[in-house]
Structures are given as structure tokens and as C-alpha cells.
Design a protein around this ligand. Structure first.
Ligand code: NAD
Ligand code: UDP
Ligand code: UDP
Length: 319
């Protein structure tokens, strides 16, 4: 059955893969984006599809379209970008959620929120289950994103309880893959671009902090399963359980690119979480979902993509 599906943030990294997947299943997709961090290049290959429609729109403003399902992904996701205009970041999460929930209420659409592992902050519980309430600084430089996303979750659950809106909430852990922007600022794209260009690899802090990296196709599959599940509203963690230090990630990227880049230690940004790994017991049980792409396989595919964008340079050895 063809569905009419609205994807906000559809011209971004995750959103463009999601639009592609939904179209491939025969749905009609309305992509809404203000191109703050997304790009028309990410969706150029979809523009001739008669079932794809692009609307340039900022979700801070009301939006009147008809849809049966809504995926709300609009929000800058890289710390560099979300800290550039923190007030806009909070507004996008909060006003964006209100407007899209209002739309879902009016159209009786099911609406999924792209929440984040950042709701756990700098976690004292490891790995993080959905029941953990998190340790988040409300006034730091990451708060615009973390607290904005936490407030969006609150709005989703209040619209659900108060107005009966049919919600789904996914807590997405670090995800990477083709179509990340080369200047995105997140660690995987930074390390790959630096390796391909023979530049120093910028390790923030001592590089002992950990993250768990999920390949984009696995993540998109989790989002679609959650949206179509009748068994949970969430919140549900979606992420890969492999946990790596930033030093380990840098070493893997250097090996897979065959680069001769070296590591350069830089200051650790404020409130940078020390460890992060999802507990995905619920996703396995309820959605029969778990990631299938290893870090090495995923990095190889991502490196192939960046090689088409970035001119490879060898580092010139110092005398
Ligand atoms: P991205 O920056 O590539 O995509 C975000 C998209 O939202 C962009 O196309 C941007 O232009 C658009 N956007 C931003 N503000 C908007 C606004 N006010 N109105 C309309 N469009 C707007 O980031 P991404 O990695 O694709 O992340 C997508 C979503 O998933 C975000 O909500 C993010 O918080 C969430 N998420 C991503 C990750 C990850 O690791 N990639 C992890 C956790 C959560
Ligand atoms: N809204 C929207 N599209 C719709 C319906 C509502 O953008 O199709 C916005 C509307 O501008 C409102 C918000 O969503 O500010 C919240 O809607 P709700 O019905 O909860 O609020 P109300 O209209 O009662 O203030
Ligand atoms: N990081 C790093 N070098 C970079 C970019 C990021 O060492 O060039 C570190 C960053 O400090 C953090 C981790 O990599 O500890 C993941 O950062 P990212 O911005 O990708 O995501 P997030 O911090 O939101 O998990």
C-alpha cells in the first residue's frame, strides 16, 4: 500500500537515505528541508521521481500538508553546526516538534521523532538502556541540542497522552556513512577527510573517550521498523554495540585509507561525553532489529564515498 510520508530534514545525511528507502518501497515522499546543513546534492537523484516532492521550509513555522506518516529529522546533528546558532537549534527541536505534532494531530498521522543518545548526556550507566534518565548539563555548550531533544521527547509523550497522537521515539546513537558533509565536523567524516588529504588527524582530548558507530543503512532500517511496529511507541535505542576509543577509530581509518597521516592532540570540548554504547535489548526483542554492518565494512563504503569528493593527497614527510 503506497503511503504518503513526510520527512523533515530529508535533504540531510540520514534524511536523504531515508527518503531513498521509502521511495524504493513504493511510497510517496514529501521532503521538507531549509538546507541549513542539508543539500540538494543529497537528493538530486530523487528529483525526477514523480513520487518525490521537495519543499523548502523551516520547521519553526507552521506547515500544512497531508501525510499518513511523519519522520521528524530536521535539526543540525554535528556539534560544530548545532553550536553555531544555539538558539536556532533549541527552537528547531522545540518549535519544530510542536508544529509537526500539531500537523500529526490534525491529519491523524503517525509521527516518529529522531531523538538521540545525547539525551543520556555524559552517562554514568554503561551501556545505556532506555530506562536511564541521563546526566545532562542544562547550561553548557551542548545543551541547546541535548535539552532541545529532551524537550522534544517530552512534547511527543505529552501529545500522545493528552491528544492521543500516534508517536514513535527513536534514540539514535552515532551514525555515519556516505553523504555526511566533508565539513560536517563529526569524528568519522573528519578523520576520513584528514586521512585522504594527508593532514593531521585531530584527536580531541587524549582520545580515550568511546563512541559506538552505526552504519547508515542499518540505522534507516531500524527507523522504518520502529515506525511500522504496532508493539511500541519507544523510546527505543538504535545503534551499533561495537564500542571504540577515538584513537582506535583513527587507527582504523589510517589503515583503511592507507594514509600516512599522524595523530595531533587537540583540546577536549566542554561536556564531551566520556563513553557511549547503546543497550539494544529492546530493539532486538520488539523490532527484531540489530545492526549487520561492521565498523570496518562501513568505513570502507564511507571512504569510497569521500574519495569521490576529496582529492587525495600524500602527506609530505618532514625532514
Ligand atoms: P544533518 O545535519 O545531515 O541533517 C539535518 C537536516 O535537517 C539537514 O538537511 C538540515 O538542513 C535540516 N534542518 C535543520 N534545521 C532545520 C529547520 N529548522 N527546518 C527544516 N530543516 C532543517 O544530520 P543527520 O545526521 O542527518 O541527522 C538527522 C537527524 O537525526 C537529526 O534530528 C539528528 O539530531 C538525529 N540524529 C542523528 C545522529 C547521527 O549520528 N547522524 C545521531 C542522533 C540523532
Ligand atoms: N500546525 C501545523 N500544521 C498543522 C496543524 C498545526 O503546523 O497541520 C501547528 C500550529 O501552527 C500550532 C502547532 O502546530 O501552532 C501546534 O498545534 P496544536 O493543534 O497542538 O495547537 P493549537 O493550534 O491548538 O495551538
Ligand atoms: N572528535 C575528535 N576529533 C574530531 C571530531 C570529534 O576526537 O575531529 C571526538 C569528539 O570529541 C567526541 C567524539 O569524537 O568525543 C565524537 O564526536 P562527534 O562530534 O562525532 O559526535 P558526538 O560527540 O556528538 O558523539
Amino acid at each position: 500500500m503506497r503511503k504518503s510520508i513526510l520527512v523533515t530534514g530529508g535533504a540531510g545525511f540520514l534524511g536523504s537515505h531515508l527518503c531513498e528507502r521509502l521511495l524504493s518501497e513504493g511510497n510517496e515522499v514529501i521532503c521538507v528541508d531549509n538546507f541549513y546543513t542539508g543539500s540538494k546534492n543529497n537528493i538530486a537523484h530523487l528529483m525526477n521521481n514523480p513520487y518525490f516532492e521537495l519543499i523548502r521550509h523551516d520547521v519553526n513555522f507552521p506547515l500544512y500538508v497531508e501525510a499518513e506518516q511523519i519522520y521528524n529529522l530536521a535539526c543540525p546533528a554535528s556539534p560544530v553546526h548545532y553550536q553555531l546558532d544555539p538558539v536556532q537549534t533549541v527552537k528547531t527541536s522545540v518549535h519544530g516538534a510542536i508544529n509537526l505534532l500539531g500537523l500529526a494531530k490534525r491529519t491523524k498521522a503517525r509521527i516518529l521523532q529522531a531523538s538521540t543518545s545525547e539525551v543520556y548526556g555524559d552517562p554514568e550507566v554503561h551501556p545505556q538502556p532506555e530506562s536511564y534518565c541521563g546526566l545532562v548539563n542544562p547550561i553548557g555548550i551542548r545543551s541547546c541540542y541535548d535539552e532541545g531533544k529532551r524537550c522534544a521527547e517530552t512534547l511527543f509523550f505529552d501529545y500522545h497522552r493528552q491528544h492521543g497522537v500516534d508517536i514513535r521515539v527513536a534514540r539514535i546513537f552515532n551514525t555515519y556513512g556516505p553523504r555526511m558533509h566533508p565539513d560536517d565536523g563529526r569524528v568519522v567524516s573528519n578523520f576520513i577527510v584528514q586521512s585522504l588529504q594527508g593532514c593531521d588527524i585531530t584527536i580531541y582530548g587524549d582520545g580515550s573517550q568511546t563512541r559506538s558507530f552505526c552504519y547508515v543503512d542499518d540505522l534507516v532500517d531500524g527507523l522504518v521498523r520502529l515506525m511500522n511496529s504496532e508493539d511500541t511507541v519507544g523510546p527505543i535505542n538504535l545503534g551499533n554495540c561495537g564500542e571504540f576509543t577515538m584513537i582506535e577509530l583513527a587507527e582504523a581509518v589510517i589503515r583503511l585509507t592507507g594514509s600516512n597521516s599522524t595523530l595531533s592532540m587537540c583540546p577536549l570540548p566542554m561536556d564531551d561525553p566520556k563513553q557511549r554504547r547503546p543497550d539494544i535489548t529492546l530493539a532486538k526483542e520488539i523490532l527484531s532489529w540489530e545492526p549487520t554492518v561492521s565498523l570496518e565494512e562501513g568505513l570502507i563504503k564511507t571512504i569510497e564515498y569521500f574519495e569521490t569528493l576529496v582529492k587525495r593527497k600524500e602527506r609530505i614527510p618532514e625532514e
